[in-house]
Ligand binder design. Structure first.
Ligand code: PLP
Length: 454
């Protein structure tokens, strides 16, 4: 029987002995064990001891509509009891998956009208690269295989997605696929080469792309994949015009542009999709997960352009089928959650809230620059980051074992706010329902946390 009350001591032991946590430092874990989060409502989460925190990271950049939405739970329960699962292979389908595909086509830029479902962000990226290779194979261009990604990009941890990922520490002692991916420079305004202004830096990055294409040969390159704003790699906002100019070069060489909007999608930058609305690009593919279902159920999706679908969606001949997909592609319960999630986003005009409160959050966080250890405060709207440094003039970092990001996060959590440490960085990526009052409360806590860390 499932116990009705939670026994903290037993759970703590079971977790430590049996749950292999993802992205976890075991030296800390063995010492401290886990922190059990048991309840969540609105912008708050609560641990097993009854301590309440403001959620400053939307779970993991994903609970966009906030916690405890009973109507999402009800939509999932209704679908689970009516028809929890059936295959979508061959010509089988289910109503939530169909409706969600149509809704995504309605919301997406005009040329993206086709949806391939996966289970999350990694599988969306993994499936996309397979589809892109398949596309060029079918066009009789089998050499177009190389994928251009960027240093410090994060695209997930399936073998293929981890190979796209450019955060070196993420792949430490892990293997990646040989010869598939070439990583270009990240677009890092804070740490750009000395003496370059923003426009010159943009020219420099575009020139690097051109030189890389010249070196590898456009006939050998399938696609470029990029997050509109790099997330886990440090919330890096590219120089003005970067994405559109990169797209122009890629187009000229018949190289596809894949936008990984796993984090930026569904409102974090004030629009359902950032690619067109914010960055003036028309990607061939947009990948989604996280905010698509606000984390209420696992779900990923690849939005495919009409041009690609003309090839992917035509019969293979010889009885062949498009042989890729997952048991849970178009899972009815996940799709029901996503539909209700989108309904809430639209009804409560949460994108408009982000456009209104986002600049206020940016300004409030910028005041933290007065702390001697805050080298940079950057990001856009509800996707923000603090870069902690040992020396503001030289931008020198603290030694890794100083764990500065962990310490700031710890001090914030002691005061009732959860933010995310990523090495020497601290990420703030709140649910889209944060108000100006929440910003004031959170930034006051951060102010104290930074003072306590120094
Ligand atoms: N792409 C981006 C931009 C991400 O930030 C993430 C996760 O943080 C992923 C892909 C991977 O998504 P998932 O963890 O759902 O596989």
């Amino acid at each position: 029987p499932v116990p009705t009350t939670l026994d903290a001591e037993t759970l703590w032991r079971q977790d430590r002995d049996h749950f292999v946590h993802p992205f976890t430092d075991f030296s800390v874990f063995h010492d401290k064990g886990c922190e059990l989060i048991t309840d969540a409502e609105g912008i708050h989460v609560q641990d097993i001891h009854g301590n309440r925190f403001i959620d400053g990271i939307a779970g993991l950049w994903c609970v966009n509509v906030g916690h405890g939405r009973a109507e999402i739970g009800q939509a999932m329960a209704e679908q689970a009891t009516r028809m929890a699962y059936f295959s979508t292979f061959n010509n089988l389908s289910n109503a939530p998956a169909t409706r969600l595909a149509a809704k995504l086509a309605e919301l997406a830029p005009a040329h993206l009208n086709h949806v391939f479902y996966s289970c999350g962000g990694s599988t969306a990226n993994d499936a996309t690269i397979r589809l892109v290779h398949y596309y060029f194979n079918r066009l009789g261009k089998p050499n177009k295989k190389r994928i251009l990604s960027r240093h410090n990009a994060y695209h997930g941890t399936t073998y293929l997605a981890a190979s796209l990922t450019g955060i070196e520490s993420n792949n430490w002692e892990f293997d990646t696929l040989d010869g598939l991916v070439t990583h270009l420079s990240e677009a890092n305004l804070y740490r750009r080469p000395e003496g370059m202004d923003e426009a010159q830096y943009c020219d420099h990055l575009v020139a690097e792309l051109e030189a890389t294409i010249a070196e590898i040969g456009a006939d050998n390159i399938a696609a470029f994949i990029a997050e509109p704003i790099m997330g886990a790699g440090g919330v890096l906002v590219a120089p003005r015009g970067y994405h559109a100019r990169m797209q122009e070069v890629l187009r000229a060489h018949d190289i596809l542009y894949i936008a990984d909007e796993v984090v930026t999608g569904f409102g974090r930058l004030g629009h359902i999709f950032a690619s067109e609305a914010v960055f003036d690009t028309q990607p061939d593919v947009i990948n989604l997960a996280k905010g698509l279902s606000s984390g209420y159920a696992p779900l990923g999706a690849t939005l495919i352009s009409d041009r690609l679908y003309e090839v992917l969606g035509t019969p293979q001949g010889k009885g062949g089928v498009l042989s890729t997909g997952f048991t849970y592609s178009g899972h009815p319960v996940s799709c029901a959650a996503a539909l209700k999630n989108i309904e809430i986003l639209e009804r409560e005009e949460l994108c408009a809230n982000v456009r209104e409160v986002g600049p206020y959050l940016e300004q409030a966080l910028a005041t933290l620059s007065r702390h001697p250890t805050v080298g940079d405060v950057r990001g856009s709207h509800f996707m923000m980051c603090i870069e902690n440094v040992a020396d503001k003039d030289t931008k020198a970092l603290f030694p890794v074992d100083a764990r500065v990001g962990d310490r700031v996060a710890f001090e914030a959590q002691q005061r009732g706010l959860i933010i995310r440490p990523v090495g020497h960085l601290n990420v703030i990526s709140p649910p889209l329902i944060w108000t100006r009052d929440t910003v004031d409360e959170a930034v006051a806590i951060l102010d104290e946390a930074l003072a306590a860390t120094a």
